[in-house]
Design a protein around this ligand. Structure first.
Ligand code: ATP
Ligand code: MG
Length: 568
């Protein structure tokens, strides 16, 4: 491709609204442009990268017998009403009306559409299993679109759905998907980990997320160097192994703690360790006020709480509601002497607290030397806290570390969550009508482009891995008005194309400095510069990854290039 004939609008300045490297560089190097918050155009270079990502995904999906389809983005509300998600999906779903005042949504995901598609066709167990996938634009009115392509409101996703007669069959396809995803992210060159994710109401080991490790990631992963354990911290199980001290129980006492509201306040005011404080939170769980206890140095994980109680909604209680229940501010609540009927649940660690400190349900007072069972009751002890660095892994074999990750893929055993309410049924081999077992499997295609850009760059620009670079080679004559240079460049361009290399030929009559700056920004794996030694048939070669430069004679170029691109 001749650079003068394409559209690569580069920018020198760092765009003020782009916070992270990948976003800045994709804008500056002319890969993308924003049209409105969270909505982007992919310019020629961006579109080429997308195609390469998509090609890898397609190959791996096809290899496990996924078949490609393309479903509509415009979806009638009735389908979402059937599954119940017209209500439950919330404001992320773009909703609109047609000219007849009928409700529609723009597809945020396609479980509803695909169930409605197959339920009229897949009627017998003999037609199962079946896996279909598509690569398509999704719409989600995200609360905080940001970081460029990482969190868009319109973005490209690969979504696959599988249909099965039995759970065993679903498990088998899930394993194949897991392997295909591992292959995809390995081929994309991402530094990634698969982690156990939140399965919500479905539970079990039925979902994994694939995380590209990155400091700017919004998710935190708990992992260990000693074992294969890796989980989203939302999900990571904490071992119930707490040592209870054998200190004698002291008499409980009420002490004044004026204006001491947080655990930190109380710790410094009373001179106790946070481990001896009983953090007391009041949650509104499906409309009931529930008291939740944790050790002062621990944090409650509301996803665990939600799953443990099989609840639909878990929110902090309003301060006014807490006051009405306990007649005190939230900073002074505690589990001792509660009104009858208040449910108390606690993280396992609380059971081992001896002579602890807790709010007295009276503004400005705490109890010291309070002990579970003796001074207050707990209805249930559960694993409710967020795992911490230094904790043991769930199998007890390793120590937990944290890393930040960008979720690039998500695989999920849905079971009959959609097929049941939407009557997606087939006849099994005994002639009985049964809902399909289903799986769904997503990959953030456009998000991957940003994740790769985030991992591969330096202060001068992007550094595309060979497999994803929009072109293999940047061919840059320093002076297009010099006959020798122009002739050699033209000849090389033809030659390299005939060898099936993808070449971006900077045939513009720009100054050398401009061309080099643009070239570094764009970040193709190799630059071939044609300068003063053109008449001798010598070119300068620069490898973007290592920054190394060398000189090659035109005679040896094709051989050397084949060597360099061999493991592409
Ligand atoms: P997140 O927690 O990041 O919002 P999600 O759990 O909502 O992701 P899924 O519904 O599982 O995501 O979608 C499948 C994949 O689509 C995700 O793994 C992610 O890579 C990608 N994705 C989701 N939301 C966005 C978005 N707003 N912009 C770009 N990619 C996205
Ligand atoms: Mg989301």
């Amino acid at each position: 491709m001749k650079q003068s004939l394409t559209f690569i609008p580069t920018m020198r300045e760092i765009p003020s609204d782009a916070e992270i490297r990948s976003h800045q560089l994709l804008l500056r190097a002319g890969f993308i442009r924003q049209t409105t918050s969270g909505v982007y155009s992919y310019l020629p270079l961006g579109k080429m990268v997308l195609k390469k990502i998509e090609a890898i995904i397609r190959e791996e999906m096809d290899a496990i017998n996924g078949v490609e389809v393309l479903m509509p983005a415009l979806q009638q509300a009735e389908l979402w009403q059937e599954s119940g998600r017209w209500q439950s999906y919330g404001p992320e779903l773009f909703r609109m009306k047609d000219r007849h005042n009928r409700d529609f949504a723009l597809g945020a995901t396609h479980e509803e559409v695909i169930v409605s598609l197959v339920r009229d066709e897949l009627k017998s167990y003999k037609q199962l299993p079946l896996t279909m996938y598509q690569i398509q634009t999704k719409f989600r009115d995200e609360q905080r679109p940001r970081f460029g392509l990482l969190r868009g409101r319109e973005f490209i996703m690969k979504d696959a759905y599988s249909f099965h007669a039995t759970e065993e069959s679903l498990n088998e396809t899930y394993e194949h998907m897991y392997q295909a995803y591992t292959n995809i992210f390995t081929r994309l060159g991402l530094n990634f980990r698969s982690v156990i994710a939140d399965a919500g109401a479905i539970g079990g080991s039925g979902t994994h997320e694939f995380m590209a490790l990155s400091d700017i990631g919004e998710d935190t992963i708990a992992y260990s160097d000693e074992t294969s354990f890796a989980a989203n911290i939302e999900m990571a199980e904490v071992r119930n192994e707490y040592v209870k001290s054998d200190d004698p129980l002291k008499e409980m006492e009420k002490v004044a703690t004026p204006d001491q509201r947080t655990i930190e306040d109380v710790v410094s005011f009373l001179g106790v360790e946070a481990e001896r404080c009983i953090k007391t939170l009041v949650f509104n769980i499906d409309g009931e006020l529930v008291m939740v206890l944790a050790r002062g140095d621990h944090e409650i994980n509301d996803i665990k709480l939600k799953n443990a109680l099989d609840a639909d909604t878990v929110e902090f209680a309003y301060e006014g509601d807490v006051y009405e229940l306990l007649s005190c501010e939230v900073g002074s609540v505690g589990p001792v002497k509660l009104p009858i009927g208040v449910r108390v649940i606690a993280d396992h660690a609380v059971a081992s607290i001896v002579n602890g400190v807790a709010g007295a349900n009276e503004d400005g007072y705490h109890f010291i030397n309070t002990n579970p069972e003796r001074d207050f009751g707990v209805d249930d002890y559960m694993d409710l806290r967020i795992i911490q660095e230094g904790d043991l892994t769930p199998d007890g074999e390793g120590t937990v570390k944290f890393a930040k990750g960008i979720e690039v893929g998500h695989i999920f055993k849905l079971g009959t969550t959609y097929s049941e309410p939407m009557s997606g049924k087939f006849l099994d081999n005994n002639g009985r009508s049964q809902p399909y077992q289903m799986g769904c499997y997503g990959i953030g295609v456009s998000r991957i482009m940003a994740a790769v850009a985030e991992e591969f760059n330096d202060e001068n620009g992007l550094k595309w891995p060979k497999k994803l670079a929009p072109f293999d080679i940047h061919l840059v004559p320093i002076n297009m008005n010099n006959e020798d240079q122009k002739e050699l460049a033209d000849n090389l361009y033809k030659l390299l194309k005939s060898y099936k290399f993808d070449v971006l030929y900077d045939d513009r009559t720009e100054r050398a400095g401009v061309k080099f700056t643009d070239s570094d920004l764009i970040g193709l794996p190799m630059r071939i510069t044609i300068g003063k030694k053109a008449a001798e048939g010598i070119v300068e070669v620069k490898f973007r990854e290592s920054g190394e430069t060398t000189e090659w004679h035109v005679e040896e170029i094709t051989e050397k290039l084949q060597e360099f691109f061999v493991e592409k």
